[in-house]
Ligand binder design. Sequence first.
Ligand SMILES: Nc1ncnc2c1ncn2[C@@H]1O[C@H](COP(=O)(O)OP(=O)(O)O)[C@@H](O)[C@H]1O
Ligand SMILES: [Mg+2]
Length: 293
Amino acid sequence: LIGDRDLADLEQRVQHALARGDAGDLDVVGYGEITLVLGWPRGAPTVACKRLPPFPDGAALASYRGVLDEYLGELCRRGVDVVPTELRVVAGGDGSSIGYCVQPLLPAATLLPEALRGAQPGPEHPALAAVARTAAGAVDPTVGLDAQVSNWAWDGDRLRYLDVTTPLLRDGHGRPRLDLGLFLAAMPAVLRAPVARFVLPGVVARYTQPRAVLLDLLGNLHKERLDAWVPAALEVVNRLVEPPITRDEVGRYYRADARLWRVMLALRRADRWWQRRVRRRAYPFLLPGRIER
Ligand SMILES: Nc1ncnc2c1ncn2[C@@H]1O[C@H](COP(=O)(O)OP(=O)(O)O)[C@@H](O)[C@H]1O
Ligand SMILES: [Mg+2]
């Protein structure tokens, strides 16, 4: 999809952007909550490059690769059609390794939020049923999935899943398989321990229960400004979950979730300010601008 030289070039541009603190000459395809997704080549991108947090050493990278491969295999076995994903590595500045999950870039109009925006809301829309059925059929205590609309593409009859950078696998004791410490690097240092201990296990657990996964999908419709789809989606989801989810529950869930992410982002911005102005260091992440919720 992209050659080593070109990926190294892309990483160089990211490094410059980080040093300057803005995404100026990068083609940002999406800011997920965690990864930065860049389009390549510039101007007319055909490839999506998802930059992962830096891996401190080869062992960390090998372990991530193992968990990612296993996750891709599990999703495939469970009937989730994942966009082909390649893990690629380039050298970071300081001996660390920078990983990218590389995928073909899907046309913007086929990303599910866009597809839904262009359609008449109703429970008969096949994409909704496909998402609910696929997600509910795939998850169990060891395999999770984030069914929010921003993680799917729909081209009229084929549903594809694209968010695999955080493999949601758990071992037999319910412990996350992924070294979540890597992803916590995106968080202010003082928060890492409490978040690792009290927040993350719950977040990962949430994605392994069909009802919780679908409640999260419903709440996320508000964030995507797809409120008009909530009644239709509720009807579809409630064919699959017990006890049924109510509109009230969706609203309450959304407000709590939005608050959590808003607080996290505010803390990250404060940390960025501290690192740059007080510690005089480059802040190693690009943060999304204002997010409407
Ligand atoms: N292969 C792709 N083609 C087009 N857009 C993509 C692709 N992968 C991701 N995106 C865009 O980037 C966003 C974030 O990517 P995602 O893999 O979901 O990362 P995160 O784990 O940070 O949510 C997606 O919601 C989508 O808008
Ligand atoms: Mg996502």
